[in-house]
Design a binder for this molecule. Structure first.
Ligand code: ACM
Length: 620
């Protein structure tokens, strides 16, 4: 490449660079095929949006988008226009009704200087719009430019999930909608809503009001880590938490909102374990009703679980009847994880149940339990999802397995011809894990799930045959909230890692390229997320690493990982701030013999978000 061209490219604003030079035109997740062409479409207040299905929910979404962003004047039903007079210039054509068979959820997006066209059925149209929105550069009020190109796109997996635990800490409806918005922007289609756990029951059940009257609050909450070297035993905040729960009207509102963004909501009602909040409300569901159960105040496993009596099952069926009415999707998640069976081992009732039902042991109770629940759900047209422990003691016949303890459970289930959703903690898909090893990261449950690890996760294990691999229906990341009490921290843990998840869920592995993703597209998207009002973890400078380098002369190229952000540095060991020097060109240092320089860098975005401080030691 000629030097002058290289300089010209470097001088381009990153957003335009991402769209014009990037093989994915800056889009996340990377589309199936992108063909860039010259020129741009100019969106003006005169631009006509022509539609063939004016009442479709995808069109309603786009109308709202245009209105909120003060773009284009009108959306017109094509049927109202004389075909001979159909405008062909300065138009955006949105076609939902056509014969071609696009792949499921697929779309085609064509942009030339005169015309933008999206073709897609249902969800496909919606995803075409999301790609278009990612390409729109607003220039002045009412006007925007869109780079020309042709995109054909469809997802790799039909299940593209993001989970949110609202039991350990509660997140209100406004936040849940904001969460759904950013999921939809990155073409995820399943919101796994973890509604019940030991520390809180968060869904109103009309027949059992104490579930929320008692189960949605706890007397206090553990401070600091619950386990590990930095844990301080018996340290609590002495502050009641709750009552926090969603009314059934609020649940309906969220389900409808998610549907308007082509997102299915999978509610999780945990059983037989993670049930303390329910036991505190209705002790008769436990094996030792006189024990005095109380809603969990600390994190980790508890011995008390639902007792497999007829009374418990009848209550769970009643609860699930209301849940089925609220959630129209085909899945309900019934938990099934981390049941340590201590209470069952102590229970006379359980001992007798093992004999009566000819079960092998307490593992047999676990599968007896989950099979009964599955049967109840199946007869109502609902498929059960469970965490991979549901394999223990025998898998319920039609269950979908969510593989979280590595991939072993997922592999075993796929080999038994069960559908599987991959969400292994070991694959970086536990977003409650830390994003770097630095002590500057906020308190987390531990672990290590940096962006690159999330990005490189491959959901289909190579040991599966081609047929078995078809049972891997998708991939999901989980946001457990023991150590996440606020929306801002939830967003910090979610972003940008969810962008990496979306690419694993949507894009063909051959189109994945971490360098292109992290340095070009993510840099642009983080600036976009700033404008959209999201918090996120600001990556450290590109080229910075927590290492000691040896040598006399150094030339370091450090660049910003966020469009519009600056990298500040110090070399005297002090903590860098916005008042310190800016890296605008390669940094050159000569280190005297037996000397050392401590180079500290920080990235500060235009909205004031800061990265952690990175320290590099340069030694001679
Ligand atoms: C889980 O993380 N216990 C599913």
């Amino acid at each position: 490449m000629k030097k002058s061209l290289l300089l010209a490219l470097l001088a381009l604003p990153l957003s335009l660079f991402a769209q014009k030079e990037d093989p994915n035109m800056g889009i996340i997740p990377a589309p199936t095929s992108v063909h860039r062409t010259r020129g741009e479409f100019k969106l003006t207040p005169e631009t006509l949006v022509l539609v063939d299905s004016p009442n479709h929910k995808a069109i309603k979404f786009f109308k709202d988008y245009l209105l909120k962003n003060n773009l284009a004047t009108s959306v017109t039903d094509m049927a109202m226009i004389d075909p001979k007079k159909m405008p062909t210039k300065n138009v955006i054509v949105l076609s939902l009704n056509f014969k071609d068979n696009l792949p499921a959820e697929g779309y085609e997006l064509h942009i030339d200087e005169n015309r933008v066209e999206i073709k897609g059925h249902g969800a496909g149209m919606f995803y075409g719009m999301q790609s278009l929105i990612q390409l729109i550069n607003k220039t002045s009020p009412g006007s925007a430019t869109i780079p020309c190109g042709n995109i054909k796109d469809h997802p790799r997996f039909g299940y593209r999930g993001m989970h949110l635990d609202v039991a350990r800490h509660f997140f209100d409806v406004a936040f849940v909608k904001k969460y759904i918005d950013v999921m939809a922007f990155y073409k995820l289609n399943t919101f796994h809503w973890h509604l019940t756990d030991d520390q809180g029951w968060r869904i109103e059940i009309k027949k059992y009001p104490k579930l929320t009257e008692i189960g949605s609050k706890r007397a206090q909450t553990k401070i600091g880590r619950a386990a590990g070297p930095t844990a301080i035993p018996d340290l609590y905040d002495n502050t009641p938490y709750g009552p926090y729960f969603y009314t059934q009207d609020q649940i309906r509102e969220v389900v409808e909102y998610a549907s308007s963004k082509f997102i299915n909501v999978v509610p999780e009602i945990e059983m037989p374990s993670h049930a303390l909040a329910a036991l505190a409300a209705y002790p008769e569901m436990g094996c030792d009703p006189g024990k005095g159960y109380k809603v969990g105040e600390t994190w980790g496993g508890f011995d008390d679980v639902f007792c497999p009596t007829d009374e418990t099952f009848n209550m769970l069926y009643d609860i699930l009847r209301e849940v089925i009415d609220l959630f129209p999707g085909k899945y309900i998640h019934a938990g099934g994880d981390e049941c340590n069976k201590v209470a069952w081992k102590k229970s006379e009732f359980c001992r007798q149940l093992i004999i009566d039902k000819q079960l092998k042991n307490e593992d047999g109770i676990q599968s007896y339990f989950m099979e009964k629940i599955e049967k109840f759900l199946n007869t109502r047209g609902v498929q059960m999802i469970g965490w991979d422990e549901i394999l223990e003691g025998g898998l319920a016949p039609n269950a979908v397995v969510m593989s979280w303890r590595g991939e072993k459970g997922g592999i075993a289930a796929a080999q038994l011809n069960h559908d599987v959703i991959m969400t292994p903690a070991s694959g970086g898909l536990y977003f409650d894990h830390a994003q770097s090893k630095s002590s500057q990261e906020p308190l987390s449950i531990g672990g290590f799930a940096p962006l690159e690890k999330v990005y490189n996760y491959e959901p289909v294990p190579s040991v599966l045959s081609k047929e078995q691999a078809k049972h891997v229906i998708g991939v999901q990341a989980n946001l457990w909230t023991e150590y996440i009490a606020t929306p801002s921290k939830a967003e910090y843990m979610l972003l940008p890692r969810m962008l990496a998840l979306s690419e694993s869920a949507w894009s063909d592995p051959k189109d994945k390229d971490y360098r292109n993703f992290s340095q070009s597209r993510v840099a642009h998207h983080l600036a976009v997320l700033d404008k959209m009002g999201y918090n996120y973890r600001v990556p450290t400078a590109v080229g910075a690493s927590d290492t000691t380098m040896k040598g006399g002369k150094f030339k370091l190229e450090l660049s910003s990982p966020v469009e519009g952000a600056t990298v500040h540095y110090t070399i005297d060991g002090s903590e860098p701030s916005e008042n310190d020097l800016v890296c605008s060109a390669p940094l050159e240092f000569t280190v005297p013999e037996r000397g050392a320089i401590t180079l500290k860098t920080i990235v500060i975005t235009s909205s004031g978000k800061k990265s952690i401080v990175n320290t590099m030691k340069l030694e001679n």
